[in-house]
Design a protein around this ligand. Structure first.
Ligand SMILES: [Zn+2]
Length: 390
């Protein structure tokens, strides 16, 4: 017997969609879940992000001892973009005549987060967990830097974890490896002067142009490919410098976005940038700073463990299909949560919503899929933990 009716299950999703946690206000979502959990006698802890009043993670636990399964989802969402393009109010969960629930975060990933939270309540209330611990971790800031997940890792919440389930939208496949991401700012410092007397200054743009040129040339020699993840990528996506046409610019910068793979990872990109910096500073006497400000490692596991096997068999059964075990080009909080884990760690990313719905106008999740995932998670977590030989 389910503890929560389908109406109550949809109401919870609807309530958290209404909290406009666009890269802030995760604390409001955390407090919503804290209050909900309290009703069902589940203790939880709000973990505030350093110095940020409206931002926090939430950790809740049921059961005790080993094994420990961590389940996680992020509470933040991306911006709506141009709301005029939306056919629905982005912050009011709306069902259409095809049974789709629309709203910002419906797929990415408040439905996955709500499904995890509700399965925790179902398991706690039914008393079906015979051994082990389920640790629910709702995170802040995933869409930007994963600083919420970084804090959880730093505070040791993953140290004793034996498995990790992330409920990111991936209903069409079970993901066990994904790319990393990295953003680097390259700043060039010069000295301003009137453009009629450039010899009194130093033009910050020139070394930056050299930098981009050499970097692209060096990167063209990189020949790395992963069977599942494909090649890494690198792009200069923003360039700015100078502020007046008759002044020698004292500052210029470029931003770069990289998607990384295990054989050409974040460390290798950083080393590449630093070697180009050395070359440019030597040749042009420029003053270059390389600042990696987003740094999320690729996640690699072998994808061969009992947890992922059970996830697949339940997914196949609940949705009557043959789900692929697969990879993702997107990055998740696992980049931080799995920092100290090796390829044998049991990592599964599997959740309601199609990958292609993330960050879209009129974003949606199928209501039936959302509801089914609650039952699926309840089965996955209890069966995995109860059957473990401890
Ligand atoms: Zn997401």
């Amino acid at each position: 017997m389910a503890v929560l009716s389908n109406e109550e299950r949809v109401k919870i999703l609807s309530d958290i969609i209404e909290i406009q946690s666009v890269n802030e206000k995760e604390l409001d979502v955390a407090q919503y879940f804290q209050k909900l959990f309290k009703k069902y006698d589940i203790d939880s802890e709000v973990l505030k992000l350093n110095g940020e009043a409206s931002r926090a993670n939430l950790i809740a636990e049921i059961g005790s001892g080993k094994p420990v399964v961590a389940v996680s989802g992020h509470m933040d969402v991306v911006t709506t973009g141009n709301t005029a393009l939306w056919n629905y109010d982005p912050f009011k969960l709306t069902e259409d005549n095809q049974g789709r629930l629309h709203g910002r975060g419906s797929a990415d990933m408040k439905s996955g987060l709500a499904a995890l939270a509700i399965s925790l309540i179902e398991i706690k209330t039914s008393g079906t967990l015979k051994q082990g611990t389920i640790r629910f971790m709702a995170t802040a800031g995933e869409e930007v830097t994963s600083n919420g997940a970084a804090l959880l890792h730093e505070r040791g919440y993953m140290d004793d974890a034996d498995a990790l389930l992330i409920a990111e939208p991936s209903e069409d496949g079970i993901v066990y490896t994904h790319k990393g991401t990295m953003d680097i700012q390259v700043a060039s410092k010069g000295k301003s002067a009137h453009s009629s007397m450039p010899e009194l200054g130093f033009n910050a743009i020139n070394p930056l142009v050299d930098f981009i040129h050499y970097l692209n040339a060096e990167y063209a020699k990189v020949n790395e490919k992963d069977d599942l993840l494909g090649t890494p990528t690198m792009n200069s996506t923003v360039v700015s410098g100078g502020d007046q046409v008759n002044s020698i610019p004292e500052y210029a910068e470029s931003l770069f976005n990289m998607r990384t793979i295990p054989s050409f990872d974040n460390k290798k990109f950083e080393a590449l940038f630093n070697s180009v910096k050395d070359k440019v500073e030597k040749e042009s006497k420029g003053d270059i700073t390389v600042n990696p400000y987003v740094n999320r490692d690729p996640v690699y596991t072998a994808g061969d463990n009992e947890f992922i096997k059970l996830a697949k068999s339940l997914g196949d059964q609940y949705f009557n299909r043959d789900l692929p075990l697969t990879s993702s080009t997107a990055t998740t909080d696992a980049s931080y949560l799995m920092k100290d884990k090796d390829e044998n760690f049991s990592f599964v990313m599997y959740g309601p919503g199609k990958t292609g719905q993330a960050h879209q106008v009129d974003e949606y999740v199928d209501k039936d899929t959302y509801l089914t995932f609650i039952d699926l998670y309840t089965q996955l977590l209890t069966r995995y933990l109860n059957d473990c030989n401890s």
